[in-house]
Write a protein that binds this ligand. Structure first.
Ligand code: KG4
Ligand code: ZN
Length: 316
């Protein structure tokens, strides 16, 4: 079954053709350069750019796969959550294709789609723990089976990716903040500044607004100004450590409490190599953390096609 996946929920226009666990073709147009001067995504610009790019990318994906529209068996599209105008571009295109080609359509949840990037990795069967960490969400799932989850921890205020983006902007590092902070932190000591590591009682929830404010106050009132490259890098790496620690701690605690032997970590922040190291260092022997390939952490349409494919197969 060849499934055409479409993703336009935020600032990537993405199209994939997926057959089972095989990505036949994949096209992504990132709008990063369009939004970077604003240090964040401008919704109106994002939807206009999706409109400009989506049809071209669908055509390119078909050409790369060596197939025509008639060869697509179903279409899957991100329906929510996301920027309304941007979602509408993908949804309208997917519904039109489904109608004209007379093929089924599956409208999927973007956060669940991130979990479905597992289709392209070697993951043991459920139960397990899922951690979705992106620009909009920090959410912990108990995965009873695929399609059946319990949300056991969630974002209380800012999402973790959002805190990377905001702190990068405070430090004058380019957007998106995650990769910039990771790069600035490489090989730099993490304990120069003791930023607070959030801990919300016994809950698995996440909070990042306090950490962001702590970095701001440190720069504004303590340091007054950043003395140079070295101090900037130490601020970045100390922030990164404080931001990643609760992700690792809460996930391992959840795996222990729910007797799960694996944790699947996905979403844009899962691309972070320090996070991968921390999971390796801190996980007890009976718990293993799995990650998608770096390219499949940030928004893409392969995960959307995989998620849609799962439900279409289930309903068949
Ligand atoms: O999943 P994603 O592409 O979009 C959403 O669904 O939000 O995640 C984007 C987020 C951004 O906040 C970005 O700064 C963050 O993921 N990110 C990273 C890294 N790469 C992307 N955060 C930390 N380290 C990275 N290497
Ligand atoms: Zn996402």
């Amino acid at each position: 079954m060849k499934i055409l996946g479409i993703e336009t929920s935020c600032d990537e226009t993405a199209v994939s053709i997926v057959e089972g666990t095989n990505i036949v073709s994949e096209k992504i147009f990132s709008q990063v350069s369009l939004h970077s001067e604003y240090a964040g995504v401008v919704p109106e610009l994002a939807s206009r750019e999706h409109l400009r790019k989506l049809n071209l990318l669908i055509q390119e994906a078909l050409t790369e796969a060596g197939i025509n529209y008639e060869d697509i068996d179903a279409v899957a599209v991100t329906a929510y959550p996301g920027l309304e105008g941007s979602l509408l571009v993908g949804l309208t295109s997917a519904r039109t294709l489904s109608y004209l080609l007379n093929i089924p359509i599956k409208e999927v949840d973007h956060i669940e789609a991130h979990l479905f990037s597992h289709v392209f990795t070697q993951l043991p069967p459920p139960p397990g723990i899922g951690l979705v960490i992106s620009g909009g969400h920090s959410r912990l799932f108990y995965i009873k089976k695929w399609g059946d989850y319990e949300i056991i921890g969630d974002t209380r205020d800012d999402a973790v990716g959002e805190s990377f983006d905001k702190v990068a902007s405070l430090l004058g590092l380019p957007y998106p903040g995650g990769p910039s902070i990771e790069k600035a932190s490489r090989g730099v000591r993490e304990n120069r500044f003791n930023f607070p590591v959030s801990k919300l009682g016994n809950s698995y929830d996440f909070s990042y607004s306090g950490l962001k404010t702590a970095v701001l106050y440190k720069i504004k009132y303590d340091l007054k100004e950043i003395s140079g490259e070295k101090e900037l890098k130490e601020l970045a790496s100390s922030f990164q450590k404080a931001a990643l620690t609760p992700l690792v701690k809460n996930s391992i605690k959840a795996a222990e409490d729910y007797s799960a032997d694996w944790i699947f970590v996905c979403g844009g922040v899962a691309a972070n190599s320090r996070l991968r190291e921390l999971f390796d260092e801190k996980s007890p022997e009976n718990i293993k953390a799995y990650f998608p390939g770096v390219r499949l952490c940030t928004d893409n349409a392969s995960m959307v096609a995989a998620c849609g494919g799962f439900y279409l197969k289930k309903e068949a």
